[in-house]
Structures are given as C-alpha cells and as structure tokens.
Design a protein around this ligand. Structure first.
Ligand code: WTA
Length: 657
C-alpha cells in the first residue's frame, strides 16, 4: 500500500503536526501494522503492559478457545478507576485539572485528579454501604456532568458493572434496560438542565420502576442538580450527597480480572429490543488509552473536548475512560451547542483554550447553517487558535461539512480525524492517525494499527479496491464486545453469522476502499438500523412503538436522507380505521409522534408520518421496504413492481405527504 501515488484531493499531513506527533509518518504507521501482523497477540500484549498498570500481570494475551467469545489478558488483574485516577495522583499529578466542567448556564468548575479520586472513592464507599457488590449492575440515568463521570468511575472502583441510560430515553426504555440488566441500584438526578430548560430525571425513574419488572432495584441515589422538589420513596431513595457525606474519601480499588464486565451499554440492532453490549475491563481500557494517545495524539498540556454525552459509547471511551487513563485535561459540557446561541462551542473553545475538539457531523452541519444566517455566531468571531486537532464520529461526514470544519474551525491547519467505530467495538477501528495519514474528506482512511478490517463479499472474500462490499474485522481485538448480556446466542447470530465466512466480525456497515489509496469510506448500515444525528435506532423498535398505539394496525419505518440529521425517520402507517387526510392526518401524526416519544424517547420520533390504506407487499405478505425508501425520499418508483400484491398503494403513499 505504501508508496502508491496519492490523488491531488488529499490533504497532506501538516509538517509541523507530524514533527511532534506520536505516530509521525506513514512509515511509522506501516511499521506498526507490520509488527501487529508479525505477532498479533504479542503486539497487543506489549501495549497492554506499557499503557496499563496491572495489579497482577497477565501471562496470556489472546484466548480463542471459545471463539467467538474471545478473551484477552484474562489472568491479569487491574482496576479501571485505579488506572484513571490513583496512578496519576501517585505520579505527582494530583493537582492537575482533570475536568473543566461548564454547566448549561455557563458556570465553570474545575476538578483536579486528587479531588476526583476523593469524590469517586466516597461514592464507591457509599455504594458498598448500600450493599452493592462486585459484579452487581448499577444503572445510571444522569445528566452530562462530573457526577456522571464519578458514578461510572465509582462503579468501576468496586467492580460493579455500570449501565448508563441516556437521559433522553423514556420511562419505558429505562424500565426495559433496568429489567434486562437486573440492576440493584439506580443513580439519577432530580432534574437535568439542557438548553435553558429543567427536565425531569428522578420522576422518570419513579415512572420506570412503577411500570413493573424492576424488583431487583433496592436503592435510588439522587444527585441534587436543580434543587427542584421531588417526592422520595421512603427506604428506597436518598440524596447522593447525604450518603456520601458519611463516607471516607479513601477506598481501596477492587482488583478484577481483565475480562470482568466493566459496563453494559444498550444499543439498537435490526431486530427485537435493544441489546446490552458487554465490555471487558482490560481490553477495553487498553484500546481507550491507546486510541486516545494515537488518534488524538493527547499530550500533557492539551485541553481535550469530546462533546458526546456519557449516555453513548463515545462518552464512555472518550470522556470517562480514555482521557482520564491518559492523565489528560478535558472539558465536560452539560448543555447543547445551540444554547444560549449557536456560538456556544466556539465560545467555549476560546474560553477554555481547547486544543483537541471531537464532535458529531450533525452538530457541525447545524452550526454551519446557523453561521450562514447569523454573522454573530460565525466561528470567525472567536479566537480558535488554541485548536491543533479536530475529530468527528458517529455518522458519515459529507465532504462540504468536512471542508467547512477544516477551513473555518481548524483554520486550514488542523488535521481532522474521521473516526469510524461502534458501541460494540469499544474504540476507534478505522481512523486517520493525524501525523501519519493524508486526508480525503469523507474517508476514515485506514484501520487503526492492529485492527484487521476488510471489505468482503457475501462469501467472506475480500473485494478489490474500488468495489463496494461489507465491512468485517477478520481478527478479534482487545476492546471488542464480549457478548450480549443475557443473550449469547444473539451475540453469535448478530456478529458472527454463518455467511460472510462465520469467522469474521460483521460490523453491519457497507464500505468501499479507494482504488488508489485503499482508504475506506463507510457507505452506511446494511441492516435495518437508522442513524439519525449520529444516534442509532432500529426500525423495528420504532415500528413496535407505533403499533403499540391502539389506533395503529400496521407500520413500516424507513430512513431517508436529511441534510441536517444525516438520516430522518419516515413512518408509513395503516390505521385500524379509515385513512385520515388533511388536518386530521396532521393531528394524528402528532399523536403518534408523541406516542413514540413516550415509548422510546424524543430522539426516535418520526419526522414524516404518512398514512395509507395499506402497505406495499409482495404476494407472500412481505413489506417492500425498498420501495418505501424510494417514496420516502420523494423519488418516483422506477423499479419493477410486478411482484406487488397491491401496486396502486404506491401512488397513494407518494401523495400522502
Ligand atoms: C456509524 C458510535 C461513518 C456506523 C461510535 C456505525 C460512522 C454506527 C462513523 C455506530 C464514521 C460511526 N463514518 N459512519 N466515522 N462512526 N458511524 O454504536 O453506521 O452509536 O455502525 O457508535 O455509526 O454507532 P454507535
């Protein structure tokens, strides 16, 4: 691959960046790739020894004996919280700022490593006092906050497995996750503040538990955020600050096996309910640390800012674990990019002298739009010269947005790392290393050293560069998903299906490699998973939510391209009564949209709802989603529809917008 001539559209690595980067050339990258190829388990073992502090060293790197349930560093013992906190304090970095927190209303608080360790230890002791034991699951339903990071770290400290539920999910979704995880304790806050509004959290926890099936929950600890008055259930609920006040700020870490489950994180698949992706402690923390060092090139004097919420995997790996494991300083932000105005990000970068900025393409697109219509929120009004590196995650970035990000935010000098990965992969899989890879807008370039990604056909055979196919990972890697909680069979079926060779991890995305450079471009999901504003959603989940409404007979959900959110949710609905039109259709669409909001959460509300007398089906009764996608996009159906039971329905649906 190296030595090939690169097309002119590539942005070369800025010499100044390369000269001081950890991985400072394409040759250095190629060497790492070669060393991983030469001794795969040895390559990862070396980094695991170099980057993590082990209580008991491991003797074996990779165990494939129960494939695809792979194990890494299994007889080694460590603690994630020790690696993120104690070891930096012990190295004399106790007074270094770990977190610069900015609240929704602009109040800034700084927390040092020593303070963070003390607060994590207090909560860890409190959890123990409440009876939480190693291996127990703790659900966190919290705002983006220092408390959120502390709660995750406190669980890790005592070997409890955390499962964070994004604060935008509904009571029903929260209930499902609490029940599936069998959580013994829930940590929440009275309310959260976002975009100037106070939104309930504790009340939703109460509602979730009242829905039933949550008998495992013995305690609810509540962070006081807004001071709003909220009812407490006697004997079950307590203020977190009250229980912590009684505890010591010293807590010995619980040493756990590298394979001990650090967390579960629920994510959407193409079928059924969201699945609890189970991650390990050692392998996961290794990749969180290594990618923070190589992809983000994090230095002791950097100010890192990942804007993701801790409710998503990006907030796990690149807020709670990666930057702290590396002893870095990071910004944690409670609010939203558009409050009080769409310059919030740029103002914060200037104020906190952020040097590495990592966000989602959706946010960039929204801020471009705002800057185009209002000069006051244009980034050129702000001093962004502290920036040296930019990143994106969660969805494909369109080249126009990439160019704007590069030019307006990065002043044409900051590399952009377009990082492709998934909840299941734990950390970056395909991404530029900023000192090594020339960049092409819209391409995540090449696999992280040690990751054996390939584009294959249905038989698992690699396709030539320039030809599209399915993205797989051919070798297990340390931070990969270990299983689906409570459902190992579904794990095998979802990620190691018999097609595509059965031995490869199936990512669920399509990809194509550039014919000249071999650079990867992700072409989108190949299953029924939508990506709306970088949030993953299963079409089946939304369909189930729709048909749970008493008026709905049938529903089919597809995605359609959207300039701002990447994809938009489009639902085709058949009611149990006659098809509504005009104002009535509008009203019913609002009712159904709100119903989906209650069932799943506001992020799952369909943008378009179209009513039909029926849905396009084959004679065997299968819904033709392919055709629905065409209609949702507003295109004319040119495909052959002769296999349809009811071709006339297409015209009706096309006109029902
Ligand atoms: C998509 C988020 C293109 C992809 C970390 C993947 C991307 C899904 C990129 C995982 C990217 C993520 N370019 N597509 N750089 N990053 N995706 O689990 O479809 O929330 O399968 O993890 O997002 O979403 P998840």
């Amino acid at each position: 691959m190296s030595g090939t001539t690169q097309p002119a559209t590539l942005y070369p690595v800025p010499a100044e960046f390369a000269s001081q980067a950890r991985i400072g050339s394409r040759a250095a990258y190629d060497e790492l790739v070669a060393s991983a190829q030469a001794d795969y388990p040895g390559y990862w073992a070396k980094h695991a020894r170099d980057l993590l502090t082990w209580h008991k060293p491991f003797t074996k790197s990779l165990d494939e004996s129960q494939a695809p349930f792979f194990k890494w560093f299994e007889d080694g013992e460590l603690n994630a919280s020790y690696n993120c906190l104690d070891r930096h304090v012990e190295a004399g970095l106790g007074d270094k700022v770990a977190i610069i927190f900015e609240s929704d209303d602009g109040i800034v608080t700084k927390v040092t490593y020593k303070e963070l360790l003390g607060r994590v230890s207090r909560l860890a002791n409190a959890l123990k006092t409440q009876g939480v034991q190693k291996g127990d699951r703790v659900v966190l339903y919290l705002p983006m906050s220092v408390d959120g990071v502390i709660a995750m770290q406190a669980c890790a400290r005592i070997g409890a497995t955390h499962s964070v539920v994004f604060g935008g999910f509904s009571a029903q979704s929260l209930r499902d996750r609490i029940e599936d995880a069998g959580a013994v304790l829930v940590i929440t806050a009275d309310e959260q503040k976002r975009g100037g509004k106070n939104l309930p959290l504790k009340a939703i926890v109460d509602e979730a538990i009242a829905l039933g099936g949550c008998d495992s929950v013995k305690q609810v600890l509540v962070v006081r955020r807004t001071g709003g008055s909220i009812p407490f259930v006697e004997g079950r609920d307590a203020w977190l600050e009250d229980v912590c006040a009684k505890e010591s700020d010293v807590c010995a870490p619980e040493w756990v096996s590298a394979e001990h489950p650090l967390f579960l994180l629920y994510t959407s698949g193409s079928t059924g309910k969201p699945k609890g992706v189970q991650h390990s402690t050692g392998g996961y923390l290794l990749h969180a640390t290594l990618t923070t060092q190589w992809t983000f090139d994090l230095r002791p004097d950097d100010v890192f800012w990942c804007t993701a919420d801790i409710g998503w995997v990006t907030g796990h790996t690149y807020v709670t674990y990666g930057p702290l494991s590396c002893g870095g300083t990071q910004v944690v932000f409670e609010g939203v990019p558009t409050y009080p105005d769409a310059a919030r990000f740029w103002r914060m970068i200037e104020a906190h002298k952020v040097s590495i900025f990592y966000t989602a393409p959706t946010a960039i697109r929204a801020l471009i739009k705002a800057a185009e219509t209002n000069a006051d929120v244009h980034p050129r009004q702000f001093n962004l010269t502290s920036l040296r590196l930019l990143g994106t995650v969660g969805e494909p970035i369109n080249p126009a947005a990439w160019e704007w990000y590069h030019r307006e935010i990065g002043a044409g000098k900051c590399p952009i790392v377009d990082t492709f990965w998934q909840t299941e992969t734990g950390g970056h899989m395909i991404t530029p290393l900023p000192g090594a890879h020339a960049l092409t807008p819209g391409s995540c370039t090449l696999p992280f050293p040690g990751i054996d990604a390939a584009v294959v056909d249905e038989t698992g055979k690699e396709v030539p560069w320039g030809q599209g196919g399915v993205l797989v990972v051919r070798k297990p890697w340390p931070s990969m998903i270990r299983t689906i909680w409570n459902d190992p069979e579904r794990f095998k079926k979802s990620y190691y299906p018999a097609d595509y060779n059965g031995k490869y991890y199936l990512a669920g995305d399509g990809a194509i490699r550039d014919a000249e450079t071999g650079y990867f471009t992700i072409t989108g999901r190949i299953d029924d998973v939508l990506n709306v504003s970088g949030h993953r959603m299963g079409t089946m989940e939304i369909e189930s939510a729709l048909v749970s409404h008493p008026l709905v007979a049938e529903a089919a959900v597809v995605g359609r391209p959207d300039d701002l959110t990447g994809e938009a949710i489009c639902a085709f609905v058949v009611l149990k009564r006659s098809r509504p039109t005009g104002d009535e259709a509008k009203q019913l669409a609002t009712v159904l949209r709100n119903h989906v909001g209650t069932e799943i959460g506001p992020i799952a509300k369909p943008k378009d709802i179209r009513f039909g007398d029926n849905l396009p089906k084959t004679r065997s009764g299968k819904i033709m989603r392919r055709l629905l996608r065409v209609i949702a996009k507003g295109d004319a159906v040119t495909q052959d529809t002769s296999t349809l039971e009811n071709p006339a329905i297409l015209d009706q649906l096309a006109q029902s917008n």
